[in-house]
Write a protein that binds this ligand. Structure first.
Ligand code: MF3
Ligand code: CO
Length: 253
């Protein structure tokens, strides 16, 4: 894990976060009935090039696209392709970039047109479980306080927390230590301090937490075929608390 020690590096991380958030916002606005997941990837690739940043995912362990798009029971790492999105589905869009040697990583789950109440509730609960985790990110707390808060929030609302995929440190690489599970007891792991930057990314399921990976070697799906949602922010711990880096200018969490 790198510790961000200078204001200059923190400023670069802030820029990496803001640029990513703007691109993610434009891509999520393009989610509609009839659009393919590859259309979203191509849009993201164009916006990244225009902004002068690189996809952090393309080529990562051989990953073949710029972003991940995971539909309905797909939990994470869905590979964009000719799949057409339909009204009533939910789409998780995950992207990471590299900017001036620093990385940022974020994900959202959005409805395709009008979706069921239950799908909306899953999306909202997952977003709020991330917010509950971020509220624990302050100096003096322990790493697992984040994990515990996410799990407690999700399970209180009747959902399950994916175990197989976790959040991570981020900065000079996309994935740095430590791993940040979205479940666990509080009061364990490293003490949080200013300069640490984490990608916190709960994946929350409607049914069982168990997942399987498809034959493409990437796409993770729920074992029972029920829905899954995913939200992620890159968050820095500063002297005064958590600072979410992957927000657009003027945007709340
Ligand atoms: N946000 C995910 C993660 O941190 C996405 C990685 S996709 C990959 O694991 F292509 F880079 F593997
Ligand atoms: Co991540």
């Amino acid at each position: 894990m790198i510790l961000i020690k200078t204001d200059r590096d923190l400023e670069t991380m802030r820029s990496a976060g803001r640029i990513l958030a703007e691109i993610l916002r434009r891509v999520q606005e393009a989610v509609k009935e009839g659009v393919t997941t590859q259309d979203l990837d191509s849009l993201a690739a164009g916006l990244m090039a225009e902004a002068g940043v690189e996809s952090a995912f393309l080529g990562y362990r051989g990953y073949p696209r710029n972003i991940c798009v995971s539909i309905d029971d797909q939990v994470v790492h869905g590979i964009p392709g000719n799949r057409v999105m339909h009204q009533g589905q939910i789409a998780s869009i995950d992207m990471g970039i590299r900017y001036k040697g620093f990385y940022s990583d974020a994900a959202v789950t959005v409805p395709v047109g009008t979706v069921s109440r239950e799908a909306r509730r899953l999306i909202d609960t997952t977003r709020k479980s991330l917010a509950a985790g971020i509220r624990q990110m302050r100096q003096g707390n322990r790493l697992s306080d984040i994990s515990h808060a996410i799990q407690q929030y999700a399970e209180q609302h009747g959902y399950s927390v994916v175990r197989q995929f976790v959040g991570h440190g981020i900065g000079a690489s996309l994935h740095e230590e430590p791993e940040i599970p979205n479940f666990g007891r509080k009061g364990q792991g490293p003490i949080l301090k200013a300069g640490m930057v984490f990608a916190v990314e709960p994946m929350i399921n409607q049914g069982t937490w168990e997942c399987e990976v498809l034959d493409d070697g990437w796409t993770a799906v729920t074992a029972d075929g029920k829905l899954s949602a995913h939200w992620e922010h890159t968050v820095a711990i500063t002297e005064t608390g958590a600072e979410i880096l992957t927000l657009c200018a003027g945007q709340g969490s």
